[in-house]
Design a binder for this molecule. Sequence first.
Ligand code: AMP
Length: 225
Amino acid sequence: MKNNLICVLIGAPGAGKGTQAKNVANYYNCKLISTGDILRENVENRTVLGLEAKKYIDNGNLAPAQIVVSMIKNVIKSSVENKAGADKSFLFDGFPRDLEQNKLFEQILDELNLSIKGVIYINIEDDIVYERLTNRRICPKCNRVYHLKFNPPKFDNLCDDCKVKLITREDDKIDVIKNRLEVYKQLTYPLIEYYRKKNKVVEINGNKNADDVLKDIISGINCAR
Ligand code: AMP
């Protein structure tokens, strides 16, 4: 484990960020902060924040920056306050999502005297995004993720563990995927260019299998300055 390892995971929807985020956070023993997961949890629990965010998520748009940034600020600060000693390691999945959020993110890191070690950019092609997301099914009970062709459930459309009927995420419907990709290219991709100029980007080919992608990410982070 490294002290104060701050990494950001960026990639198009369907790039495999969620899967890799969990693996990488486990490997480095750092706290995983996934804004998509936190927002979906709020939607599920019908909190005020969740009800507001749902309108954006279901259409594939970004939730307002104020909501997301204050949510993140609380998670980081409470986590830092709870950590004894010098180790403050975080992996951010899905945040920052645009230059506006990034500006506020850098301010938060500055206040806490933290700096980014690497921005992991998982690069995949658009047709793979469509192929992955239109075939993705989720267990609504345990959130286990299936792919209808490459990782199908044992019994037709039922979770292997919970035996509950699998669902398609509202934002994995074709029109919404299209919009999410558009939003990604217009708003999120500029972050890659921003961090490239700072020599912080670790570019990973996301078209490989999950184990190989994880190996590439780990060696990329270990080499990052
Ligand atoms: P994800 O699971 O990261 O693909 O996020 C799913 C959806 O949650 C996105 O399409 C957005 O609507 C919302 N979302 C996640 N992270 C953010 C963020 N940092 N800022 C705004 N909206 C977000």
